[in-house]
Design a binder for this molecule. Structure first.
Ligand code: SER
Length: 320
């Protein structure tokens, strides 16, 4: 029986993953944790066990793992790319020292560890189109540095100590439940809110800038399916390329216009986030994930847009 601890459970991925895992594994078997209580998450906090954990405090982490007899840690506590560039020290501290604590506790207490990497683990020297699974990784952001180092550290703990570590390289994730916390791909979430509220959006990412993206239901499956994958089939562990779609802002706007014809897109480019975006791949080759554990995303751009707009209309209480 899985006993799961999710760190960063009130973030963009965590808030939806907690709900989905509680549905699959039973509420009492999924412990949500965050370094602080955030408003708007009362339902999640009350729907199962919840603990305050700062992943830089390894004693508390170890004691929660012991208290609930945790055997699987999903480590989602992280600082994203744009915020990471405004405070690189904090980004290193949480993403690297936090991951180190998680791995040490996992080693002591015999836990599997799932920790996501990102398209940010690649850099300007990486082949941009159909970026291979195994290729050059020389990122130029602190977030990216922590993601490559994290992939290596997780592989090391598997090889050296036998900790069952697994992860994927997530692209930009699009969801309606919880906003992302300061990434470069966030424009692709904000655009839906503004399309519904104001029928227009000003993009901080330049026209023509392609990045890989994924709708949250597929991202949740990428986590759960890899956790449940047969280890004998895994040639890679940390971390698998996964992708569902690759688009630039105009393509996203065209998709929205199919549902909101008056929608208008213009640009006010943020040089910092644009530089980050340009250092990342246009699209990933995710064939290793498909072969080794059956990765197969369900949502393309229009299917995602339809669902996002339907769900957000309800959330924001906006009529057609
Ligand atoms: N969505 C993330 C970011 O933009 C990429 O992993 O920082």
């Amino acid at each position: 029986m899985r006993k799961i601890l999710i760190t960063g459970a009130l973030g963009q991925i965590g808030s939806e993953l907690t709900e989905e895992m509680r549905r699959i594994y039973g509420s009492e078997n999924v412990v949500a944790s965050s370094r602080r209580i955030k408003e708007g998450h009362e339902k999640l906090i009350e729907s199962g066990p919840f603990e305050i954990i700062n992943i830089n405090d390894s004693a508390t982490l170890a004691s929660v793992v012991g208290k609930y007899k945790i055997n699987t840690i999903v480590n989602l506590a992280a600082v994203l790319s744009a915020v990471g560039e405004s405070d690189p020290q904090q980004c290193w501290h949480i993403n690297m020292n936090g991951l180190y604590n998680v791995l040490e506790v996992a080693k002591e207490k015999n836990c599997m560890v799932y920790t996501p990497s990102s398209i940010a683990a690649f850099g300007p020297g990486t082949p941009k189109d159909k970026t291979p699974q195994d290729t050059i990784q020389r990122p130029t952001t602190m977030y990216g540095v922590t993601k490559v180092a994290g992939e290596l550290l997780c592989d090391y703990y598997y090889k050296k100590f036998g900790v069952d570590t697994r992860g994927v390289r997530f692209p930009g994730l699009i969801s309606y439940a919880t906003l992302p916390g300061g990434g470069t791909t966030d424009y692709a979430v904000h655009i839906y809110y503004e399309a519904l509220k104001n029928k227009k959006y000003t993009s901080f990412i330049q026209k023509g800038t392609y990045m890989d993206m994924m709708y949250m239901p597929d991202a949740l499956r990428a986590i759960i399916d890899l956790i449940e994958a047969n280890p004998d089939r895994l040639k890679h562990r940390n971390a698998f390329n996964v992708s569902a779609m690759s688009f630039e802002p105009e393509m996203l706007a065209s998709s929205i216009k199919k549902f909101i014809p008056e929608f208008k897109l213009d640009y006010d480019v943020d040089p910092i986030r644009q530089e980050i975006a340009e250092s990342w791949p246009n699209s990933l080759d995710d064939s290793a994930a498909r072969e080794e554990w059956g990765w197969n995303p369900k949502y393309d751009l229009d299917a995602m847009t339809k669902d996002m707009l339907e769900k957000l209309r309800i959330k924001l209480n906006i009529q057609e």
